[in-house]
Design a protein around this ligand. Structure first.
Ligand SMILES: O=C(O)C1=N[C@H](C(=O)O)C[C@H](O)C1
Length: 307
């Protein structure tokens, strides 16, 4: 059955793409990562976002990532494939191939490099929905693309049934409120900012697509569970305790620090690809330091400081 807005809830990690020592996609490491995040309570997975280094992969590599993800998910939650292509033809071809490989929905970033106006964005997503025929999650991340949706655009795409959700990777909280009003209950507005999950949930976000959930899926699931049960104060404590980790993970372009952190945590997923490079020694040291202070949520959901 086709995914609908109400299906978008909980924590969906924006997965890294693991590479082996030779720099090739590593399907075994990807499958292990997917098992780990579902075991931790992830509600679904989002391969091939910015965190998944979409733009650094060939079409065939992207397809291999998606085929591996669908097989490894084993129906435990939706697989929402990132489509981060700058223009329509490449994006539609990717979407069709990912659909044939069995994904449940596409997370389609605003076209970039050519900066679209709102009419262009409307027509772009309408055509994508018509030609590809899969549920679409809008994706705005203006710090990377310089493009974002006007709330009126969100309202039109929700009203017309073009998109079932939006990943809101934007620090603007006033606009978030306007987007929530525009989406109504026809579109799920998912947080795309690790540092704002609880704030977004207070305003009604049903979940989040998060990069640092590759390393700390249990923490984000616990934070989500507290907020969704109405314990916003408890969720906020965890959100604040996680903040130094989040700041360190984004102190160089994502997913550089994230992949380093995964290696530090014992889940090596290999290097990043150019134009990203390995983190500096200072960032390496900072990661090790903040990771020592990440609270322990492993015992009965109660938080205890690790030694
Ligand atoms: O891949 C994603 O989805 C995300 N990418 C953003 C980025 O790479 O800048 C960060 C966001 O948390 C998730």
């Amino acid at each position: 059955m086709s995914l609908v807005a109400a299906d978008l809830k909980g924590v969906l990690p924006a997965l890294v793409t693991p590479f082996d020592k030779a720099g090739k996609f590593d399907p075994a490491a990807m499958s292990a990562l997917i098992d780990r995040v579902f075991a931790a309570g992830a509600a679904g997975i989002v391969p091939l976002g910015g965190t998944g280094e979409y733009t650094a992969l060939s079409h065939d590599e992207r397809l291999a990532v998606i085929e591996t993800s669908v097989a490894a998910a084993k129906g435990r939650g939706p697989v929402i494939a990132g489509v981060l292509s700058p223009g329509f033809e490449e994006a539609a071809a990717a979407g069709k191939a990912f659909g044939a490989a069995g994904v449940d929905a596409l997370m389609v970033v605003t076209p970039f490099y050519v900066i679209a106006g709102q009419q262009g964005l409307l027509d772009y997503y309408r055509r994508m929905r018509d030609e590809v025929g899969l549920p679409i999650v809008l994706y705005e991340i203006p710090t990377r693309t310089n493009v974002s949706y006007a709330p009126e655009t969100v309202a039109a795409l929700a009203e017309e049934g073009v998109a079932i959700g939006i990943k809101y990777s934007n620090y603007d909280m006033v606009k978030f409120t306007r987007v929530m009003r525009a989406a109504g209950d026809r579109m799920a507005v998912m947080s795309g900012e690790d540092s704002l999950l609880v704030a977004h949930m207070v305003l009604g976000a049903p979940g989040a697509i998060l990069a640092t959930a590759n390393v700390y899926p249990e923490h984000w699931v616990e934070c989500f569970n507290r907020a969704s049960s109405g314990d916003f104060a408890g969720a906020a404590v965890l959100q604040k305790d996680l903040y130094p980790m989040i700041e360190a993970f984004f102190c160089e372009p994502n997913p550089g620090p994230l992949k380093k952190a995964m290696a530090i945590a014992g889940h090596d997923v290999g290097p990043v690809r150019l134009p990203l490079v390995d983190v500096t020694p200072e960032t390496d040291a900072r990661l090790r330091s903040v990771m020592r202070d990440v609270p322990d949520v492993s015992t009965s959901g109660r938080m205890a400081r690790s030694a």
